[in-house]
Design a protein around this ligand. Structure first.
Ligand code: PGA
Length: 248
């Protein structure tokens, strides 16, 4: 059975004090859960959050990673550096793809370097509004998956289906539509030689406690990649609780 997973992507939010309070709030509310809980704070707060989460099962993730091990790459962080603090790393988030020019090739290199370093990539894929309107959702999702995973990965991965048009908007996708794409992702993973049955597939895009149950009760959706609702300890803990209640 796949373990449900709820990951919070704090993006470029939180001061030092806010990160401390948020991590403590989540520690108090979500550390005794059977769900795999992952916090992805900004790089600068990773060690702070790691210390707050010490002796809990809550895992840590980075929001991005470079593919080289070390060297003259000002501003970048290597997979080995991330691995010293984290279990997971988000790769291919649409904000990286659209704002920072993370090409298919960059996403593939990041993914394979992360796996080689012992990290579990949370690979984000999803179509934008224009692609959706022109009926290209399946094509885009399959192309992004195939480009990121040209060979079966040599370690576990997580895939997050994140329709770009549903991110940060306050209105999520339709859960049945998301299930259809999650099912497609699972069959595409099998075609790519991945361990599809054991790969968690998450939904992401305006996840909130009001609508989450509809997603996590779908057979191929194993949890969520959460943006804004992960910045509120109570809301985030509620999502963890809903995943736990629905899946166990
Ligand atoms: P959101 O962000 O929950 O704020 O829509 C999701 C994401 O970008 O992963």
């Amino acid at each position: 059975m796949r373990r449900p997973l709820v990951a919070g992507n704090w993006k470029m939010n939180t001061s030092y004090a806010e990160a401390q309070a948020l991590a403590q709030g989540i520690r108090e509310r979500a550390s005794a859960s059977p769900v795999e809980v992952v916090l992805c704070p900004p790089f600068v707060w990773l060690d702070l959050v790691r210390r707050i989460l010490a002796d809990t099962d809550i895992a840590l993730g980075a929001q991005d990673v470079f593919w080289e091990d070390h060297g003259p790459y000002t501003g970048e962080v290597s997979p080995a550096q991330v691995r010293e603090l984290c279990k997971y790393v988000i790769v291919g988030h649409s904000e990286r793809r659209t704002l920072f020019n993370d090409t298919y090739e960059a996403v593939r290199k990041k993914c394979s370097a992360a796996i080689a370093a012992g990290l579990v990539p949370i690979l984000a894929v999803g179509e934008d509004a224009a692609e959706r309107e022109s009926g290209r959702t399946e094509e885009v999702v399959c192309a992004e998956l195939a480009a990121a995973l040209p060979e079966p990965p040599s370690g576990p991965i997580v895939v997050a289906y994140e329709p770009i048009w549903a991110i940060g908007r306050g209105y999520p996708a339709d859960p049945e539509e998301a299930q259809r794409i999650a099912r497609l992702i699972r069959s595409q993973l099998a075609q790519l030689g991945c361990d599809d049955e054991n790969t968690p597939i998450l939904y992401g895009g305006s996840v909130s406690a009001a609508t989450f149950e509809g997603f996590v009760s779908q057979p191929d959706i194993d949890g969520a990649l959460v943006g804004s609702a992960s910045l509120d300890a109570e809301q985030f803990a509620l999502l963890v609780e809903i995943a736990s209640r629905t899946q166990f």
